[in-house]
Write a protein that binds this ligand. Structure first.
Ligand SMILES: Cc1cc2nc3c(=O)[nH]c(=O)nc-3n(C[C@H](O)[C@H](O)[C@H](O)COP(=O)(O)OP(=O)(O)OC[C@H]3O[C@@H](n4cnc5c(N)ncnc54)[C@H](O)[C@@H]3O)c2cc1C
Length: 454
């Protein structure tokens, strides 16, 4: 069909949502995916006795309306994250009854600064230049009541949200992210927050159902896109030795990966510069499987946070109705990179030691430790998402979503709400579909149950 063929690069949630929106609107979408599977940063591993582990994304929470709508539309179910027992906290290496003094005030100040920010244009904030050149770590050191509280907040925020160290991200990037995800409580919370619910079977299963809703010939796996050319007549997308022609292309990848594609004509300098200044985070997510959730018998929730050692936080990831217990730990930024530099046996020993420091000797002998190195995966190269480096938002930010001729940009990093999350991936894909259709002179027309208002 002339005048309505859009090529979508990437079959993560963003590319799939984009292709579905295009198809619903009557356009012809062709999705080119590098891997032999869909789902991108979601990946589940089945467990021998039933159940599964989510090696990538796993949670959804309130206000992530498109994700809940997709769960319902594709006949999936959700269950609540476990919520019983008390959290565990180590401060300065010692058990602590409550949060560090002054933490709530410090986080509240960040929320207040974030509220005034336009998540679609953080560079327009009155103090954008100052916040852009200030690292989150520097700001916390200057504004925190003491070094322990500042260090703890840095690990939770830079680590838990952006999978980075506090000195790797700017205050402006942090404020953008807080604004995009509804504030500290919404982003860090379990019940009532972003970690509230899980999808039965994992989000990767939802991605497979979304893909199955596309006409089969509209999705090509094992098709890594290496070059995109455009001219007045249309686009030519080179993938796996084939050339696909269309009227527009939506690149549904993190900017760091979008920058590895060759463009003809070359991308504008600022857009290419953005792809050089939005590195992926470094998170190590590890599942420790035990015969039973022993921490519950001790009145503990399995939710732990610590300012010491390689792990920053853990959660109880046991599946309801199935035997066995799962503690899932997260390491971020410099600590995650240090773990990755270790040989396998030493890394696993360090992870076990970190779990023992939090949960005692019962944590010493998990049946299994399961991890996946997203940084080593050539089609992801790090997680949870890309973050703009300090000093770069003001100059390069305006290029994040701006189409380059017939090339449109999706991927969770381009979202204004829930950027970095599955929800952001979906809304970004749908926004790019609407944008491509509008550029081709077609009004977007979504199915009622998939309607989204931008
Ligand atoms: C360990 C981990 C935990 C996370 N936890 C959560 C969570 O609990 N909740 C949440 O909401 N989010 C979470 N996230 C983030 C979430 O996974 C992402 O925001 C989301 O999956 C991004 O989707 P996307 O479609 O934008 O990008 P991707 O999922 O990265 O999709 C991009 C796709 O493009 C493909 N690709 C790459 N290069 C090319 C190329 N040249 N040609 C063709 N195809 C290409 C890739 O293979 C991939 O399939 C987590 C991520 C990780 C890794």
């Amino acid at each position: 069909m002339r005048g309505g063929r859009v090529i979508v690069v990437g079959a993560g949630f963003s590319g799939l949502a984009c292709a579905l929106a295009l198809t619903d609107a009557g356009a012809e979408a062709l999705v080119l995916e590098a891997r032999d599977r869909v789902g991108g940063r979601t990946l589940s591993r089945p467990l021998p006795g039933g159940g599964w582990l989510d090696l990538g994304a796993q949670w959804i929470g309130p206000t992530q309306d498109r994700m809940y709508a997709l769960v319902a539309a594709y006949g999936m179910e959700i269950f609540a994250s476990p919520a019983h027992g008390a959290p565990t906290r180590l401060l300065d290496g010692r058990p602590a009854g409550g949060e560090p003094a002054g933490l709530a005030g410090l986080l509240g100040t960040l929320d207040e600064l974030a509220v005034g920010l336009d998540p679609a244009a953080p560079w327009r904030a009155e103090r954008a230049a100052e916040w852009d050149r200030t690292t989150l770590g520097g700001w916390l050191d200057a504004n925190g009541p003491d070094p322990v509280t500042a260090g703890y907040a840095g690990r939770l925020l830079a680590g838990g949200l952006l999978a980075a160290s506090p000195d790797e991200v700017s205050l402006l990037q942090m404020l953008f992210y807080l604004r995009s995800g509804g504030g500290v409580g919404s982003l860090l919370g379990m019940a009532g927050g972003a970690q509230q619910d899980r999808i039965v079977g994992g989000p990767a299963a939802l991605a497979r159902r979304m893909a199955a809703a596309l006409p089969p010939e509209r999705l090509r796996l094992r098709s890594p896109v290496d070059a995109i050319a455009q001219d007045a007549g249309g686009v030519r997308v080179h993938a796996g030795g084939e050339v696909h022609r269309g009227d527009a292309v939506v690149v549904a990848l993190a900017p760091a990966l979008a920058g590895r594609i060759r463009y003809d004509p070359p991308l504008p300098a600022l857009r290419d510069g953005l792809t050089q200044r939005m590195p992926m985070g470094a998170a190590l997510k590890v599942h420790a499987r035990y015969p039973e959730p022993f921490w519950r018998a001790e009145g503990r929730s399995g939710v732990a946070t610590t300012d010491t050692g390689p792990l920053t936080e853990t959660v109880d990831n046991s599946l309801p109705g199935l035997p066995g217990g799962v503690l899932t730990g997260f390491s971020y930024g410099a600590q995650a990179r240090a773990l990755r530099r270790l040989p396998d046996a030493a890394r696993r020993a360090a992870l076990r030691d970190a779990l023992v420091a939090l949960f005692g000797p019962a944590a010493a002998r998990p049946e299994d430790l399961v991890e996946y190195d997203w940084s080593a995966d050539p089609w992801t190269r790090g997680c949870f998402c890309g973050s703009v480096t300090p000093g770069s938002w003001c100059d390069y930010g305006p290029s994040l979503r701006a189409a380059v001729g017939r090339v449109h940009w999706a991927g969770t990093e381009t979202a204004t709400r829930w950027s970095g999350y599955l929800e952001g991936a979906v809304t970004a894909g749908e926004r790019a579909a609407a944008e491509a259709l509008a550029a081709l002179g077609r009004a977007p027309r979504f199915k009622e149950n998939l309607r989204y208002v931008y």
